[in-house]
Design a protein around this ligand. Structure first.
Ligand SMILES: [Zn+2]
Length: 948
């Protein structure tokens, strides 16, 4: 008895002492860095940030719930603040913009905004009016933090900044607010921050950890940087695919702040970096902003000097890609980047032996913020003046944007076109349409060719560049962002010298190519006689008594229509050829629901109607299944039965979280159907549950896992792989016969012959007399005999090694599609492909090249001409580059290779994408190929299963 008691007493003490350690982790942040961040005289009726935390302010990372609680409490405690919830994340966390100013200004926000907006459209405001508005306007600053969830110090600084600005009684602060509206967006990515904050809890030990390699500092897959679907929100500012950006951008655009600060973190062993950026800088950015960037950086540097903190500007910070927060610069506002070295928790030990604390990193962001606000206070009026000059220039008949109009050609893909219109409207871009064809002068096509005269078909979407948001319009719609010669030289020098690049992001991004929409650029201002563009929409009220209902395959939503109906147990067919039924034309790939296929389905027409309404897609009611002459009839082989996809995405460690995330996002948001994400590191489950497996880009599988996957394919599965996973499937022990270019040089001639078959089939010339002759023809021409130069295997290898250095880092190349293949439903004949260092694929006679690199165009060449392994026949040329930096060597290397392949393997199939078709949720052109693969693959590409 006595013993027992003693033991239990001992256990109590022991476990109590462990609990005490775990519940109160030792943070030495404040000991390492005793300097207070919040100083001055504060209003005592406003809660200090410590009140919302279970540690001292800035000593550790505040989680999103703590920051939100503080923001909501402050909204009640001060009359200097107004809190606006501008959105909710996927995980339903609130997104706040915190407006801070003098109580008078806070009461007057709507008037301030209205005045500000009069400055933006120089078509309706005179100079004298503008000048009087400028005199009355307070400065407006947008201060935003921690868009990358694991770059935490910014949001902690924001918490202190909000408190400091609303609670400080210092004259300096009160004066500043009397003439400034500060809008604080304290944490732009609460879902990512929460994921990271949770991992800080999970990997916390009892002692502080200063090792930036430990999991405490790094977190783990999929890491905290991204949002719920693993999107990098700082690439989404004009693609606008995520609720965070979709909520934020319209509010920023409404407020037209003079500066937008974007507080990030970078590598732990770095110091602190801010703007202005170095080259490449997008040429559509107003040079005045660079000037102002230097003024702000100068003051900020001085504030750092005063504290003895290290600091630099520019270096790796460039500004070609318009999808960063710096999209704001194209609208005339100054973007300011902070990059603080990342401390995460406690602190980080540096090579010189010192430890930099988390608290100090928060202090850097805090001091930078205050320094920038002071600079703005000083120069606000001058900056408004420059802004106004810029706005006048944008709509000036003599400006560089005056004689340019972007035209998106009419399409039956209403879903995609309406999505484009939404993105443009969110940026205040005006769109028009023409009811009559328009004859215009020189017009640039997406292929790069300019035609002297062009007719714009009626019903086009017309975006004149001459309007208030001219620079942004040019940045996101011009086919090519200008890359100046010194930048090209420096890029090539770096590539040759050490294989590196000065391009921080993709070099091509224009929305029409991204969306796979055909567009032209007219070199004149079109505005007269046009009407405002309205979303196009067909009727989706169906006739419940029709023989069948059809959704046009041109519209991307038709894929979701099919997927959701199959999910609901409806039998669905697809017409794999263009058709004409009951006086209506349907594009190949149209989706059909027939009553006869669903004899026992209760309420079929209601279900069809319900899905059509949900997707807002036009659905036609058809009374006859007769297609005239050679067009498909409903009982024929072109009305093909689909099979419900049962989908798994391979996920987790070893796979690219971005590519997993966009695939998951597309299934959820483009289709809205069930699927499972499988943890591939324990990939030994029962694969028979799925008929479609998606393998996002990743490092591939070991032998046993590869064998399991191969068996599953051979039994009827559809395997869809991207980028690095595609690479792993094309190795010796992969699945199927598709190879990478570098493994084919000993059989180049055979691959070329396969290609020549395709060329000849495209462009047939038949001598009827010879064909009908009875005697043997001794002069039959064979493509390989006529081709001129053939490179040896050694020469091809040498060229390939050299060319490989120059692969693009995100540029559009022209894809030519097999326009009879089911994978290309809803796809134009020339499809822009976002190309980077991805595997160069080669197909032989047992695999199909569904999309190849290069658009075939006419030429005067009279002979065969060789590009590495392939030949272009007489009269033909090849367009490869569409947009962005593609070195000529790279264009040669990838010419005629496959981007998308499909191969039958056993009863199943393998579909390989060389790239990542769902890139950033914005690559809608290639996303359609992928949706076709996912939803139609099981039905159209494998042996159908018949229940016994
Ligand atoms: Zn960042």
């Amino acid at each position: 008895m006595k013993n027992k008691l003693a033991i239990s007493f001992f256990l109590t003490i022991f476990s109590f002492s462990i609990l005490a350690d775990l519940s109160k982790p030792t943070s030495y942040s404040k000991d390492l860095y005793p300097t207070p961040i919040l100083t001055g005289k504060y209003n005592e009726s406003i809660d200090h940030p410590d009140q919302f935390l279970d540690f001292g302010y800035a000593e550790r990372v505040a989680n999103p719930a703590q920051i939100s609680a503080a923001v909501l409490a402050y909204a009640q405690q001060s009359d200097r603040i107004k809190v606006v919830e501008y959105g909710r994340t996927h995980e339903n966390r609130p997104l706040y913009a915190v407006f801070i100013s003098s109580p008078e200004n806070i009461a007057n926000l709507e008037t301030i905004k209205a005045n500000l907006n009069q400055l933006t459209d120089a078509r309706n405001t005179t100079d004298s009016k503008a000048n009087s508005i400028i005199k009355s306007l307070p400065a407006v600053a947008w201060m935003a933090y921690s868009i990358h969830g694991n770059e935490t110090s910014g949001a902690d600084a924001a918490l202190g900044i909000i408190y400091h600005l609303i609670a400080s009684e210092d004259k300096e602060v009160v004066d500043m607010l009397s003439n400034m509206v500060v809008i604080v967006d304290p944490m732009m990515n609460p879902d990512g921050r929460d994921r990271f904050a949770k991992s800080l809890e999970q990997y916390r030990g009892t002692a502080p950890n200063y090792d930036d390699q430990s999991m405490l500092h790094t977190g783990d897959w999929p890491y905290g940087r991204t949002n719920h679907y693993f999107f990098d929100l700082n690439r989404d500012w004009f693609y606008l695919t995520q609720p965070e950006t979709q909520g934020r951008v319209p509010l920023i655009n409404e407020w037209r702040p003079q500066i937008l600060v974007d507080g990030h973190e970078m590598g732990a062993q770095d110091t602190f970096m801010t703007g202005p950026p170095r080259e490449p800088i997008n040429t559509n950015i107003d040079k005045d902003l660079i000037k102002w960037g230097n003024v702000f950086a100068d003051d900020q540097a001085r504030a750092f000097d005063d504290n003895n903190w290290r600091f630099y500007t520019g270096e790796w910070h460039e500004d070609l890609y318009p999808g960063y927060s710096f999209y704001i610069q194209f609208r005339g506002s100054l973007g300011i980047l902070y990059e603080q070295s990342r401390m995460a928790e406690d602190g980080v030990r540096r090579p010189e032996g010192t430890i930099q604390s988390y608290k100090e990193s928060v202090h850097h962001q805090f001091v930078s913020t205050i320094a920038n606000l002071k600079t703005l206070q000083m120069y606000s009026q001058e900056m408004y003046q420059d802004y106004w000059d810029g706005r006048k220039y944008n709509v000036s008949k003599n400006g560089e944007y005056a004689n340019q109009t972007f035209v998106i050609l009419p399409t039956d893909n209403h879903g995609r076109l309406n999505t484009l219109a939404e993105k443009l409207a969110a940026q205040d871009i005006e769109m028009f349409t023409n009811s009559q064809p328009l004859n215009v002068g020189p017009t640039l096509q997406q292929s790069g060719e300019t035609v002297e005269n062009y007719v714009i078909p009626a019903g086009s979407m017309i975006v004149p560049n001459l309007q208030p948001e001219a620079p942004l319009i040019a940045a996101i719609l011009e086919f090519d962002a200008e890359i100046i010669e010194p930048v090209l030289k420096e890029e090539r020098r770096q590539t040759l010298k050490n294989g590196s690049s000065i391009m921080y992001d993709t070099t091509a991004f224009n929305l029409t190519m991204m969306y796979g929409l055909e567009a032209v650029t007219v070199s004149q201002n079109l505005q007269r006689g046009l009407t405002k563009w309205k979303p196009t929409k067909g009727s989706n009220t169906i006739n419940p008594n029709a023989l069948m209902w059809v959704a046009n395959g041109a519209d991307d939503r038709s894929v979701a229509f099919a997927a959701r109906l199959m999910e609901l147990g409806v039998e669905v067919r697809i017409i794999d050829k263009e058709s004409y039924l009951s006086n209506q034309n349907f594009t190949r790939g149209s989706v059909v629901v027939i009553g006869m296929d669903n004899p026992s389905y209760k309420g079929l027409s209601d279900t069809v109607q319900g899905v059509a309404s949900e997707l807002d897609i036009a659905v036609s009611s058809v009374d006859s299944g007769f297609g005239a002459e050679e067009l498909p009839d409903w009982g024929g082989r072109h009305f093909r039965l689909l099979e419900r996809p049962q989908i798994a995405i391979l996920s987790h460690e070893g796979f690219s979280s971005y590519d997993v995330g966009v695939s998951w996002f597309s299934l959820d948001h483009h289709l809205g159907i069930r699927h499972s994400q499988l943890n591939a590191s324990s990939f030994y489950g029962d694969l028979r549950r799925y008929n479609t497996i998606i393998m996002p880009s990743g490092r591939g599988f070991s032998g046993a896992q590869m064998n399991a996957l191969r068996d599953w394919v051979e039994q009827g599965g559809t395997l869809i792989a991207h980028n690095s996973s595609t690479r792993s499937l094309t190795f010796e022990n992969g699945i199927g016969s598709v190879k990478q270019l570098s493994d084919t040089f000993d059989k180049s001639a055979d691959y070329n012959i396969e290609l020549q078959k395709e060329f000849e089939a495209l462009d047939l010339v038949i001598d009827v007399d010879k064909t009908n002759a009875h005697k043997i023809d001794f002069d039959v021409a064979y493509p390989w005999e006529a081709s001129t130069s053939k490179y040896s295997k050694q020469e091809l290898e040498k060229r390939d090694r050299w060319q490989s250095q120059f692969m693009p880092s995100g540029s559009f190349v022209a894809g030519r599609i097999d326009n009879e293949h089911w994978l290309t439903f809803g796809t134009p004949d020339t499809l822009p492909l976002l190309y980077s260092r991805i595997p160069v694929l080669m197909t032989n006679s047992s695999s199909e090249a569904v999309v190849r690199v290069g658009e075939i165009v006419d030429s005067d060449a009279e002979e065969y001409r060789s590009i590495n392994w392939s030949d272009m026949p007489p009269g033909k040329d090849l367009n490869v580059r569409m947009s962005g930096l593609v070195w000529p060597e790279a264009a040669q290397r990838i010419a005629n290779s496959a981007y998308l392949t499909r191969e039958r393997v056993g009863r199943g199939q393998v579909i390989l994408f060389s790239g990542e078709p769902n890139f950033r949720g914005a690559a809608l052109g290639t996303n359609r190929l992928w949706l076709n693969a996912v939803v139609y693959g099981a039905g159209l590409g494998t042996s159908s299963r018949i229940s016994p």
